[in-house]
Design a binder for this molecule. Sequence first.
Ligand code: ZN
Ligand code: ZN
Length: 150
Amino acid sequence: MNITCDQCKETFTASPDQTTFISDSQKKGMRFIMLECLSCYSSFSLNPMTMEQPIPKKTADEDGLRCPCNSCYGLLSYVDDSKPFWGCGECGTVWFSKADLFQSITNSIEKYPYRAKVYTKKGNNFHPVPLENEPENYEDVVAQEKTDSK
Ligand SMILES: [Zn+2]
Ligand SMILES: [Zn+2]
């Protein structure tokens, strides 16, 4: 499977892991995943349904928010698709409105109060804290959460 990197525009052959990840996400109907380029090692987003790059709008304030889903610590990106959405490239969850996204974050903090440490709230908006301000073990702690129905 050949993939073109969004960052360096090189085409590379997907690793076996990436091929599995892509076909799994196609089965789940995911619209957005993150892949690492085997040529320049930057990560870029891909819509597994079309195998094309969604165009993330790089200026969205919500970019880099931690995913509020159980056991997922993926980073969210705003994707300016025909129907814009916020998506997690790790678990494939998408939100079509900021209100829904912020509601999910609020719920996750109520359930797991330590999750509040990776967000700063300005007015009604959540912003990501800089990575270096996150608790060091954030990813380990989150990985231990139980996955359950959303
Ligand atoms: Zn690249
Ligand atoms: Zn996620």
